[in-house]
Design a protein around this ligand. Structure first.
Ligand code: ATP
Ligand code: MG
Length: 213
């Protein structure tokens, strides 16, 4: 499961666990992105913070792992490179599923080398509020015939949680309790993530954390 995870939240975790159970997955590997090509429009939190939050959030699930491959990669990180790298590690006989939310999967055809992604793995697209199942019809139409059978859909409890909403909440002082694991909430507070940018000359823990990471 790839993502920016800025921060990771219960929407990601529920989706991963539901996919694991429904498809009998041996493990779910969370892959925080390095320099996400789709999110050039805003400043993404330094990768080490996002990686650590992902580790904290997944540590209690024995099936969950976190990979550093994209954050350690130099240059833009593309899903296709990650999948091909993973294929090299697990060999030709292991089935790989790429887990995404419905919003992300709808953009698949705009990603780098979508055909090569679909050649190496099957997709699990989780429904998300605002993305009714009818949209998957459009996706199946957009994807060439040969790949259609490799796109699966899964219904997860309608979680309207998003990282953008969590960032907005922190910035405006609203609670994020029960939207993210407690360890992640504490990490966000401790590292002063997502607080309103300080004016020049201001000093806060956020600036300190940035200096050290
Ligand atoms: P942002 O609001 O910044 O876009 P996000 O909450 O969508 O963040 P990402 O890191 O962009 O989180 O998402 C990683 C993957 O998880 C994507 O495939 C996305 O569709 C999926 N996803 C995110 N939130 C949910 C949710 N609540 N339920 C199911 N899937 C989700
Ligand atoms: Mg998103």
């Amino acid at each position: 499961m790839g993502g920016t995870f800025d921060p990771i939240h219960f929407g990601h975790l529920v989706t991963a666990e539901a996919s694991r159970a429904a498809f009998g997955l041996e493990q779910v590997i969370f892959i925080p992105s390095g320099n996400p090509p789709h999110k050039q429009d805003r400043t993404v939190t330094p990768a080490e913070h996002r990686y650590l939050m992902t580790v904290l959030a997944t540590s209690t699930n024995p099936y969950f792992r976190v990979s550093r491959t994209e954050i350690d990669r130099v240059g833009p990180s593309y899903t296709v490179d990650t999948i091909e790298e993973l294929r090299g590690v697990v060999g030709p006989d292991t089935l790989i599923y790429f887990i995404t939310g419905a919003d992300a999967v709808m953009e698949l055809m705009t990603w780098n080398r979508p055909q090569d992604i679909l050649a190496q793995c099957e997709l699990i697209a989780a429904t998300r509020p605002g993305y009714p199942p009818a949209d998957f019809q459009r996706l199946r139409q957009a994807i060439p015939q040969v790949s259609a059978a490799r796109v699966h859909t899964i219904e997860v409890p309608a979680l309207a949680i998003s990282s953008s909403d969590i960032r907005r909440r922190v910035e405006s002082g609203e609670p994020i309790k029960y939207l993210v694991p407690e360890t992640v909430e504490q990490y966000i507070l401790k590292s002063s993530l997502y607080e309103r940018p300080r004016t020049a000359g201001g000093h806060g823990h956020g600036r300190l954390a940035e200096m050290w990471l």
